[in-house]
Design a protein. Structure first.
Length: 153
């Protein structure tokens, strides 16, 4: 898809198992702030679009901020099984690129404004993609919002 749209990117191979975003940063020898993880959230109304929160490895989703950003009183993280069912992707391989036009509301943490390029999953275990933030936001029709806070050490 990226080639067809003439989007510049670089792909990286990782172990074909679920690894953390922090482990990905270590393997690729890049700042963890450039590795983004995707977390599926659901809304109280079953008919509402599920949410894909995309945040840096150095952050955690703030469910209150996420709910506010999507106009809900409450949102909750999907269970691992539910996230895999909703996305049809294996946990660790859930990607905003693979969910284009799949009925998800995609929100990136406003921390993304601090980078020109970031890494995201390529949509399968063992595949990581680095591309420009502008291209990624344009492709996914994502919104940027204050939805995360730095991990507590």
């Amino acid at each position: 898809m990226l080639d067809a749209k003439k989007i510049a990117y670089q792909s990286f191979e990782l172990p074909e198992e679920k690894i953390s975003a922090l482990d990905t940063a270590e393997i690729l020898q890049v700042s963890p702030a450039l590795i983004y993880k995707s977390i599926v959230f659901t809304r109280p109304t079953a008919s509402s679009k599920p949410i894909l929160a995309v945040i840096p490895a150095t952050h955690e989703v703030d469910a209150g901020l996420l709910a506010k950003a999507v106009g809900e009183k409450k949102v909750k993280p999907a269970s691992l099984a539910d996230a895999e069912k909703r996305t049809t992707l294996a946990a660790g391989g859930i990607s905003p690129l693979a969910l284009i036009n799949k009925g998800f509301l995609i929100l990136f943490s406003d921390a993304v404004k601090d980078s020109d390029e970031i890494h995201v999953s390529g949509g399968q275990l063992g595949l990581n993609i680095r591309l420009s933030v502008n291209d990624l936001l344009s492709l996914t029709h994502a919104r940027i919002a204050a939805i995360s806070s730095p991990l507590q050490k």
